[in-house]
Design a protein around this ligand. Sequence first.
Ligand SMILES: [Zn+2]
Length: 413
Amino acid sequence: MYRRISDSEFAAFLSNAYSGAPAVRRLLDEAGLRPNELGPPEAVLPRLRVTRKEELSAQQQEDPPFGGWVSGGMSSLRRVFVSPGPIYNVEGTRLDDWGAAEAFRAAGFGPGDLVLNTFTYHLSPAAFMIEAGVLSLGGTVVPAGTMSRSEQARLLQQLPVTGFAGLPSYLRALLATILEESRAGGVSKPRLALRRAWFTAERLDDDFRQELAEEWDVKAFQGYGTAELGIVAYECEAQQGMHLVEQVIVEVLDPATREPVPEGEVGELVVTALRPAYPLVRLATGDLSRVIPEPCRCGRSSPRIAGVLGRVGAGVKVRGMFIYPHQIEQLARAVPGIARIAARVGQEGHRDCLWLDVETQAGEAHDPAAAAALKEAVTAAAQDRLRVRPDRVELYPPGQLGDRPVLADSRQK
Ligand SMILES: [Zn+2]
């Protein structure tokens, strides 16, 4: 279990949630816990039932509108959002209810920044999370939302916009538009005031991060959050994994057994968000990640996670056995000398096949004997952990697998 808050802050949070939010009261009652005898989160949380994201929708239908998860009634809320499901999520009345300020501070945002916020302002919370983070640091926001790409490209050039918030693919498209237009107009590449970009909801690939730094002098940062929980983790200047925000407690659990996985191994992120108005306790996100146990070179002592490595339930059936992306990640970590594995499931005749493309670490497997030994080790580990013997294991030098998915199924459906 990974947290920054103290035992007493946790106890105060949970006893307030117990008295204000019927859903939290139900969880504690089920576990036979009394709010006046609460211990540290390590003693309390494992006794409480995990709630899957999909269950929220059903609970809200049974006990409208919020399934009992809102503490303090409507007067404790600033906004109500609608996610597909439908799930209603809420924002409390604190200025930075979503925990975004520390994420933006770590990315270097502050007073004097003008941030182009390209998340939609229509029913979804991401735009409001970002706004709250920027505003509480003294920055200024252009609430651009979903206006057209050419209009946003114009804003980037006409206003002294120093920060971008949105999806990486969207900024890539905006910058391409700017380049095209300048080329068509016969002018050289414009100089932008843009210096920082903050991304969430879509993975930032290393190539684009590098392109932003080298071509545009823009430093890119990523955050992880959900519409229910707010911001959960964010990149610091070291950009090696994401630090947890102060208001969350994160568990990394085996999706099947709900037991904690060993530190550093991949499991499902189960998050308790200490938001007074919306106290979600042990929400299973469906996102797979792992904790990075080594200290960060930025000097922050807060725990780090590796970002989203896959989704729970994205299992693929091979010869009767389900294989999950996190198992492939674990496999790669279990065999020394391996950087990553991209698994493919296909078919030869009517037989399911499992092919493992293995990216080695630098200096590994140069001579044939070492390569054969490495393949054998991967095969044995796969058989042991997946209970499926791979049909082929291929080795690749570092960097060769690019953005290949951890697990892909190429069979005809
Ligand atoms: Zn750091």
